[in-house]
Write a new protein. Structure first.
Length: 150
């Protein structure tokens, strides 16, 4: 049985950036904390933020950012929320946690849908990041400033 082999990978323009599992660096600015789950000393901890993703010079979109840390790692909220800084942060797209601002603000209303098509249309794209990726983004953003002071 012959199985045809792909001779070359798909060109980059065919990669769906909204597909779950796609990991890449995005310029993000943290806007607000949306949810903090209780901390655990044995399992991963999660915090949810609203962030602004820079699309172009004057374009941006709001996204849902899920930050995961292990018990011995600092939570993102411990760094302090600096909404004026833009970080080039490594994130992974996860469409399973897309959610509207309304649902994030009032979780008890998520079962009540006034418009069946409005839920997906207003959903913020969800991205996940880790404490390690955030620490690396902080280190990268500090390097150029440190060089100026030497």
């Amino acid at each position: 049985m012959d199985i045809p082999q792909r001779t070359s990978p798909l060109p980059p323009e065919h990669v769906d950036e909204n597909a779950s599992g796609v990991t890449r660096d995005l310029p993000l600015r943290l806007v607000a904390m949306a949810a903090v789950l209780p901390t655990s000393s044995y399992f991963a901890n999660y915090e949810v933020f609203i962030a602004e993703r820079k699309l172009g010079r004057s374009e941006s979109e709001l996204i849902k950012l899920v930050y995961m840390s292990l018990p011995y790692q600092p939570r993102l909220s411990e760094y302090g929320l600096n909404s004026s800084r833009v970080y080039n942060l490594r994130v992974t797209r996860d469409s399973s946690c897309d959610e509207s601002l309304l649902d994030m603000s009032f979780p008890e209303s998520s079962g009540i849908k006034s418009d069946s098509s409005g839920s997906k249309t207003n959903a913020l794209p969800c991205y996940r990041t880790t404490a390690d990726d955030y620490r690396k983004a902080l280190a990268r953003s500090r390097r150029p400033q440190d060089a100026k002071h030497r």
